[in-house]
Design a protein around this ligand. Structure first.
Ligand SMILES: [Zn+2]
Ligand SMILES: [Zn+2]
Length: 165
């Protein structure tokens, strides 16, 4: 039996993702994560969803361990988010004019890899550009003088995909 959460005020999307630490770190060969009521999603998508406050809990299922990483300091706090909106005013992608209300906070160095949740490591990105950074393999970096730089995906030529025997 499922109780319906009809009394909840919708804020940001809350979801629970079951994943392994390997998936979260994007190691190749790691299993896809499973979202509640959804199809398996890629490590890149988990990383994007986990970038802002949209995930309250991530349950790691490797070695039957259940770890709640919701305790990690990755949630952008109210004052920090306010300051971020004042500074960036909207999506920071060059040429993008999406206002702040259409954006979410992006960790330039993802908190999974130890990036801090503070202003120098945060930038507002709209959904499309947030997707491009995580799933599209574009890179966004801040130069020493605070300028946002965009690095397109690098073409890599690995071994050709193996055909069926
Ligand atoms: Zn992000
Ligand atoms: Zn944008």
């Amino acid at each position: 039996m499922h109780a319906l959460d009809t009394g909840l005020v919708p804020q940001r999307t809350h979801m629970q993702v079951t994943t392994s630490l390997e998936t979260l770190l994007g190691l190749s060969g790691a299993p896809a994560a499973e979202m509640e009521f959804s199809l398996p999603i890629s490590a890149k998508a988990v990383e994007r969803l986990a970038c802002d406050c949209s995930i309250t809990r991530i349950v790691l299922d490797s070695d039957s361990m259940v770890i709640d990483v919701g305790r990690a300091k990755r949630k952008i706090s109210g004052p920090t988010y306010k300051a971020l909106k004042v500074r960036d005013q909207g999506c920071v992608w060059p040429g993008c004019d999406r206002p702040a209300t259409w954006t979410s906070g992006h960790h330039l160095v993802h908190w999974v890899r130890g990036g801090p949740t503070n202003l120098p490591n945060l930038a507002l990105l709209c959904y499309r550009h947030h997707w491009m950074v995580h799933e599209g393999e574009w890179q966004i970096v801040r130069s020493n003088d605070g300028e946002i730089l965009i690095v397109p995906p690098t073409m890599t030529f690995g071994p050709p995909p193996r055909g069926p025997d």
